[in-house]
Design a protein around this ligand. Structure first.
Ligand code: FES
Ligand code: FES
Length: 168
């Protein structure tokens, strides 16, 4: 088995928010650090760095995952989406982001990028959640400011809007 030399780097190429991006990193580099420090995409926040707070949540091939528990090299060839890609256009907000703004579902915003990426994935899989189900999903995220109530409202409101749009 070949041995890695200290400080040895390798190239990682992934599709970030629809664009192919490459950078160099060590085998031990976390995806969160690769995104922020190598690719300069800083919307993804880093809190606990051991999978508890959820601040670093991104989507890998459409599934919400902790980028602090993922090595950058594991993302080779994968699709990675971060909060920067959520709106789908440069100056707009997604319906979910707009609902967060309308409902005052954020204060300092440190947790928000991760929560949005989880909620975005969740609502695709679960378009008609109950309040209890939304609260359970949010239990994977720590927010020290909001008390969660307005986040729950924003998620339920987005789900209701999407169902109404489909039925019209
Ligand atoms: S920074 Fe990844 S879960 Fe806290
Ligand atoms: S808005 Fe401050 S931690 Fe959630």
């Amino acid at each position: 088995m070949s041995q890695l030399k200290k400080g040895q780097t390798r190239s990682v190429t992934l599709t970030l928010n629809g664009n192919v991006r490459s950078g160099d990193c060590e085998a031990r580099t976390l995806l969160s650090d690769f995104l922020r420090h190598e690719l300069g995409v800083t919307g993804t926040h880093v809190g606990c760095e051991h999978g508890v707070c959820g601040a670093c949540t991104v989507q890998i091939d459409g599934v919400a995952q902790r980028s602090c528990l993922t090595l950058a090299v594991q993302a080779e060839g994968r699709r990675v989406d971060t909060v920067e890609g959520l709106s789908g256009h440069e100056d707009g907000l997604s319906d979910l982001q707009a609902a967060f703004r309308r409902n005052h579902a954020l204060q300092c915003g440190f947790c928000t990028a991760g929560i949005l990426m989880s909620c975005d994935d969740y609502l695709r899989r679960k378009p008609d959640p109950t309040e209890a189900e939304v609260r359970e999903m949010l239990s994977g995220h720590l927010c020290r400011c909001t008390g969660y109530t307005n986040i729950v409202k924003a998620v339920l409101e987005t789900a209701a809007e999407r169902r109404a749009a489909v039925s019209n």
